[in-house]
Structure formats: structure tokens, C-alpha cells
Design a protein around this ligand. Sequence first.
Ligand code: HEC
Length: 190
Amino acid sequence: MMRQLLLVAATLAFACAASRADPAAPASEAAPAGPANQRQPSLADPEKSPSALLPKSEVTGKTPADVVAAAPLATINNPYTGQADKIEAGKAVFQGMGCPGCHGGNGGGGMCPPLTNETWVYGSDDDTLFRLITLGSDGLQKKGFIRVGMENIVGPMPPFGQLIQSDEQLFELLAYLRTLYRGSQKRVNW
Ligand code: HEC
């Protein structure tokens, strides 16, 4: 299992570095026209990223894939944000799942986009990140999400919906991710 994960990470991480955005590329190729999914949050329109205002999600113990399939858009809201024991557990999930292989040990990026800055490719709210980690980039885009934020490295995030066992684990992971953020507090909408 671990070997398999490392292999996936290594192969895809290469894909990530190989597709480093070309600054000379025409803007039309880099920037999509506008959100196909009108409920998709973006930094330009933070009121559409309302995790902080939503009721907290129930922890069901179901797989992230099942939770994503059942929850209406913009309703998943991490009940564990800021809880020290959950953050500690989430750090172990982050390391165990091979996330550092692409995002760096402290999420600072490297081969793939950083998890620490104010740029969020699809939005910064809990609902969007829960879905992205579960479905991966391709799966998320199939649901109508487009890239609204541009990191300087563009590549596909693999789906973890089959590897992360439950919403509990993914909420722990998200709680840990939030502690990696180093951007402006004004941008915090979770
Ligand atoms: C194979 C490399 C790879 C692995 C492993 C990986 N990611 Fe990613 N991740 C990416 C790429 C590439 C993107 C950008 C996706 C896009 O542009 O569609 C991304 C995007 C993200 C984002 C959104 C970042 C932003 O700036 O909007 C989060 C959050 C994230 N990953 C979390 C994780 C977590 C948590 C794990 C471990 C469970 C993980 N990633 C494992 C490659 C990876």
C-alpha cells in the first residue's frame, strides 16, 4: 500500500514539475473564461466561500466519496477546525497519505502548488477542498469546477477518495491543512 502510494506520488510529482506554467504562454490558454459552476467560491468573491458561516458538518464515518456524492454543493463545513487533537491526527494523515511528496513537508510546495499561500486554485472553503482531495482535479472539474486561482505550477491533483477511509480522517486532515496557511488573516473564510 505504502509502496503503491509512493509510486503514485513519484510519478505524478514528475508530471507536476514537467507542467510548470510557462510564463510566455498566451493568457487565453492559462485563464478560463469564467466560472461554469456559479456556486464555486473564489478569492475575488469570498462571500461565495462561506464555510465560516455554515452549520458544522456531521461526522458520519462514511467514505469521503459517499459524503461528497450526498452533500449538496457548498454545505460541507469542517467541525474540527482549530481543535488541537484533530490537528495532530490530521498531520499523521497528511504524512501517511504521501501529501508531502508533492506539496512539501510543511505544505510549502516544491514539485506541486503550495498549501500555505493565498492562492487557491478552486476556492479556499472547506467544501471545495474536501471535494478536491476526494475527487482529484479531474473529478472536480467533471462536477463543473474550473481553476479560478493560478498557482505558478499547474497539474492534476490525484483523487484520495478511495485511500482516505472516512470523513473523520479527511476533516482531521483539513484541520491540519489550515494550520499551514501563512497568508493574510483577512482572506480566512473557513
Ligand atoms: C501527485 C502529486 C500530489 C499529491 C500526492 C497530492 N497533491 Fe494536492 N495537489 C496537487 C496538484 C498538482 C494540485 C493543483 C491541482 C490543480 O491545479 O488542479 C494540488 C492541489 C491541492 C490543494 C489545493 C491547493 C490550492 O492552492 O488551491 C490541496 C488543499 C491539496 N492539493 C491537498 C493535498 C493533500 C491533503 C494531499 C494528500 C492527501 C495531496 N494534496 C496530495 C498534487 C498532489
